[in-house]
Write a protein that binds this ligand. Structure first.
Ligand code: GDP
Ligand code: ZN
Length: 458
């Protein structure tokens, strides 16, 4: 299938001083060459070279920008097609005018995700890897970035492939048994089917177990900081932001006009709930009081209840602690640099001791203990593990659930003595469902849906 040639700005618009126009397709070099004035003709440039020169409008000879042009001939390129990347350095106006010139030369503007889609269609990467590219672009923390990077390198695919191979071998044996029932060499007993399916099922369940952790790494822990006025909520936020060289970002909400604040703790993003005013003197939490902080409490994955070590418990705090029973909450006893007046025994009656952390937000002391407590609460095996084969993509998770169900059905059927040609159906289904994760035999509409999530130029 011959594709046309596409182009888009591949760097974030309006950010940084260098912008890249990426061109991919069979005519990439041929169409860009006439626009590029340099010592040598781009058509003669060896592959994987960076060439210095100017982008010039051939119509009137006007110079648009001084550029570096990289040539990567397929298949050794991201899309496996011929790729030309024009690095402009004149800011947004220059890059736009270069792109316009490129498009005028008969190259089509790329759809969002089209470069990655081509990489997939040309067999450069599988679907799980392509989806990881989306996650890479969107990752909010270091660890989420690592997770996505590993997946884009095929970590999940590497675990799915042998699993499918096992099922395929089993299917082949079943097939032989159905076709040649007299063939006694490879007799496929129900017990053998149950055993292989059992092993596969275990692996699928293991991958599913990582899903919750993967989701957290990718999307962050939705966190509510609650407590009485003056307990030190704002100070805690600042300490978190400071001590962890946190990414404190203001992300304008896409649907509502709210500001989301995100700090990083132990490499995990904490997304602070409803924090538009948290840095001001009148915190949202303070204003809404105990009654209305319930809403925030219900939405949160993590609740940090800040208590003041320097003062006795207040009735509001007693109520809050009762609210928190059975919730993923940590009591932060703040101001330990000051003499204690808080009744710790009463706190311990409401909140398990391993969920009570003592610190001084003002002195920045004990933040590491809070880090450990959060890690323990969310990551059973510890986040430090190098094995970051987390499943974090909703589509993968639902397919793994379906595959688990098919394998369970196959096991139940073989144990119930159902004929193997019927069990074969469940096996085939499981094999196909796992295949969909890596993009074996997925329909065009699903592909469109996946790749349309990309930003332009990827
Ligand atoms: P919020 O109302 O809960 O947000 O509390 P703030 O963070 O605004 O802090 C209230 C007051 O307590 C401020 O004067 C802070 O400087 C002080 N404070 C906060 N944390 C500490 C701490 O760990 N030690 C001491 N001594 N003072 C603190
Ligand atoms: Zn405050």
């Amino acid at each position: 299938m011959t594709e046309d040639t596409i182009a888009a700005v591949a760097t974030a618009l309006g950010e940084g001083s260098i912008a890249v126009v990426r061109v991919s397709g069979p005519e990439a070099v041929e169409k860009i060459a006439p626009l590029f004035r340099s010592r040598l003709d781009l058509r003669e440039a060896p592959t994987h070279t960076v060439n210095y020169g100017w982008i010039e409008d051939p119509a009137d000879g006007a110079v648009l920008d001084e550029v570096l042009v990289t040539v990567m001939r397929g298949p050794r390129s991201f899309t496996a097609e011929d790729v030309v990347e024009i690095s402009t350095h004149g800011g947004i106006v220059a890059v736009q005018s270069v792109l316009e010139l490129v498009l005028r030369s008969g190259i089509r503007i790329a759809e969002p995700g089209e470069f990655t889609k081509r990489a997939f269609l040309n067999g450069r990467i599988d679907l799980a890897q392509a989806e990881a590219v989306i996650d890479l672009i969107r990752s909010k923390s270091n660890r989420a970035f690592q997770l996505a990077r590993r997946q884009s390198e095929g970590a999940l695919s590497k675990r799915i492939a042998p699993l499918r191979q096992k099922l395929l071998e089993l299917l082949a044996h079943v097939e032989v048994n159905i076709d040649y029932p007299e063939h006694d060499v490879a007799e496929m007993t129900a017990a053998a089917i149950a055993e292989t399916c059992g092993i596969a099922l275990q692996e699928v369940r293991m991958l599913l177990k990582t899903a919750a952790e993967g989701k957290i790494l990718r999307e962050g822990i939705v966190t509510a900081i609650v407590g009485r006025p003056n307990a030190g909520k704002s100070s805690l936020l600042n300490a978190l932001a400071h001590d962890n060289k946190a990414i404190v970002t203001d992300i304008p909400g896409t649907t509502r006009d709210i500001v989301e604040e995100s700090v990083s703790l132990a490499g995990v993003p904490l997304r602070l709930l409803d924090t538009a005013g948290i840095r001001e003197t009148s915190d949202v939490v303070e204003r809404i009081g105990v009654e209305r902080s319930r809403g925030a409490l219900n939405e949160a994955d993590l609740i940090l209840l800040v208590l003041n070590h320097h003062e006795p418990l207040h009735e509001d705090e007693r109520l809050l602690m009762k609210e928190l029973a059975g919730r993923p909450a940590i009591a932060v006893v703040n101001k330990i640099d000051l003499p204690g007046a808080l009744d710790l025994e009463e706190v311990k009656r409401e909140i398990p001791e391993e969920r009570i952390v003592f610190l001084s937000a003002k002195e920045g002391e004990g933040i590491d203990r809070l880090e450990q407590a959060v890690s323990k609460l969310f990551f059973s095996g510890g986040v430090e593990s190098d094995d970051l084969t987390y499943v974090s993509n909703a589509r993968h998770i639902s397919l793994l659930h379906l595959a688990a169900k098919s394998l369970e059905d196959a096991i139940a059927a073989s144990e119930a003595g159902i004929p193997i040609d019927l069990i074969q159906i469940d096996l085939t289904t499981a094999w196909e469902q796992l295949g969909e994760i890596i993009g074996d035999a997925v329909g065009e509409s699903l592909l469109d849906q996946i790749f349309s999530q990309f930003c332009l130029g990827k």
